[in-house]
Design a protein around this ligand. Structure first.
Ligand code: 5AD
Ligand code: SF4
Length: 462
């Protein structure tokens, strides 16, 4: 009997993991699996894991642990741990999850198919945490990134352009679980983006731990040159990228953001701390002053640029004075948004051995103070946009039902999209389609979104 076999992927962590999961899905599909959203229906369950903080790691173990009972009921069920925790744990993963079948490290994605075949031939407890020079170009002969997503209407995709990291920030596991930094060829990247554009994708986000050093080791083209090449791909309307390391943010990149139309006027520039003492201990390679200089250069060259950052509070030996330096930096820069985290000890990263660890409750307290302060600026930035006309890339129907303070809009579909500055904008529209670029006049600002009307739709007071 010919019956269907289903695969379920649970992705934890960053955008790179989302991209990796798409590759895993491509391989699963080429091995006859169909993707499912229903875990109970799955014949193979993959957990693509993250080890950046303790909580993410625990999430992976608790998710996979749940399948012990299920495997007793359905012995044919295959369980796979992929990603950063897999790379970190290797064989040791079986001690915590004895029913695990395959442990697939971060550089083993291209060999996943081979391991599925080995499993089929009876091999059990397969571990692959080998290093590999191959990064995505030499994947199985299936269309690159046909995508695992169920959302057929998706118009935005991530694409990894480089892997690994050589920066060794003292709190970070990435250099240990993702290996040395290496860049993909620009031809491979442009080919993949062209395929995506031909399938209707309108926005792409180029991913790397430090995109500013793209191609440096390989002596290839620079990241700004790559942006030029990508912007020549027809059909792509918007280009985003993450992450830029402040120490390597070049004038050339600032000019690329200013001059290349398709590159969004938005930069994510993780500062991590506002204290020079802590930045030094983190091995970040810049000072508060050089960070602020770069922010000023950006604001001058790209007026209205939207800025976001990552911050860690409670790094070992962070005093109230150090923390206050971070609070002050937030006031000086006025970021549009921040991602803030309590420092989490990672045993493979050097900071785990640092003295003067900060109490968990104190970390939480500082985190809350920081987030409260940022709310003021997020609100201020959003409110400043009221009255402006902003170009929005339409992403789909709005899940939010606004109480429609405008009668004319009551009968219209509620749609949602994003501005180039990455703000979520809801609006009523009868005829806009997913993937359209449409100009919205902003009427209202909310903590996490904006609301407005397409130009030409008249406001009709209640
Ligand atoms: N603890 C807390 N946050 C961390 N990050 C990286 N490592 C840690 C850690 N050990 C944060 C940094 C980084 C973001 C992706 O995660 O802010 O920029
Ligand atoms: Fe981690 Fe620092 Fe590399 Fe970012 S730059 S991945 S924080 S080591």
């Amino acid at each position: 009997m010919n019956y269907k076999r289903y695969a379920y992927i649970n992705t934890i962590g960053c955008q790179m993991n989302v991209y990796d999961s798409e590759k895993l899905a491509d391989i699963l599909k080429s091995h006859g699996f169909e993707m499912t959203r229903e875990m109970d229906k799955a014949d193979i369950v993959v957990c693509n894991t993250c080890s950046i903080r303790h909580k993410a790691e625990e999430k992976a173990f608790s998710f996979l642990g749940k399948f012990a009972k299920e495997k007793k009921k359905r012995p044919h069920l295959i369980t796979v741990m992929a990603g950063c925790v897999a790379q970190q744990e290797g064989e040791k993963a079986f001690a915590r999850v004895p029913h695990l079948d395959i442990v697939l490290g971060t550089q083993a994605i291209s060999r996943f198919g081979r391991h599925l075949d080995a499993f089929k031939s009876g091999k059990r407890q397969i571990v692959d945490i080998e290093e590999s020079d191959v990064i995505f170009e030499a994947m199985p002969d299936i269309p690159v990134s046909s995508g695992s997503d169920f959302d057929e209407n998706k118009i935005s995709r991530f694409i990894t352009i480089m892997q690994g990291c050589d920066n060794y920030c003292t709190y970070c596991v990435v250099p240990y679980v993702r290996g040395r930094e290496r860049s993909r060829s620009h031809a491979g990247i442009v080919d993949e983006i062209t395929l995506l554009a031909n399938s209707g994708i309108r926005e792409i986000t180029l991913l790397g731990q430090n995109v500013n050093s793209y191609g440096v080791k390989e002596e290839g083209i620079s990241f700004p040159q790559l942006l030029e090449k990508v912007s020549a791909v027809e059909g792509i309307a918007r280009i985003r990228f993450a992450t830029s390391h402040p120490k390597d943010l070049s004038l050339e990149l600032i000019h690329a953001i200013r001059d290349i139309d398709k590159v969004c006027n938005h930069l994510h520039l993780p500062v991590q701390s506002g204290s020079n003492k802590i930045l030094k201990k983190m091995n970040r390679g810049y000072t508060r002053e050089t960070y602020l200089q770069r922010i000023n250069a950006l604001k001058k060259a790209c007026p209205g640029i939207s800025l976001s950052t990552d911050i860690i509070v409670g790094f070992p030996s962070e005093t109230l004075e150090d923390f206050n330096d971070t609070m002050e930096l937030l006031k000086t820069v006025e970021f549009d948004s921040i991602f803030a985290f309590a420092y989490s000890d990672r045993s493979s990263a050097p900071a785990a051995k640092f003295l003067d660890q900060v109490e968990e409750t104190e970390k939480k307290r500082r985190l809350n103070l920081l987030l409260e302060l940022q709310d003021v600026y997020t609100d201020k930035k959003n409110k400043a946009l009221v009255g402006n006309s902003i170009e929005v890339l339409v992403e789909g129907k709005s899940l939010k039902q606004h109480d429609g303070f405008i009668k004319a809009s009551d009968k219209m579909k509620q749609m949602t999209g994003r501005s180039a500055s990455n703000k979520i904008i809801h609006f009523p529209s009868e005829n806009s389609a997913i993937g359209d670029l449409i100009t919205i006049r902003i009427e209202n600002a909310y903590p996490h979104s904006l609301w407005g009307y397409p130009l030409g739709v008249e406001k009709n007071e209640k």
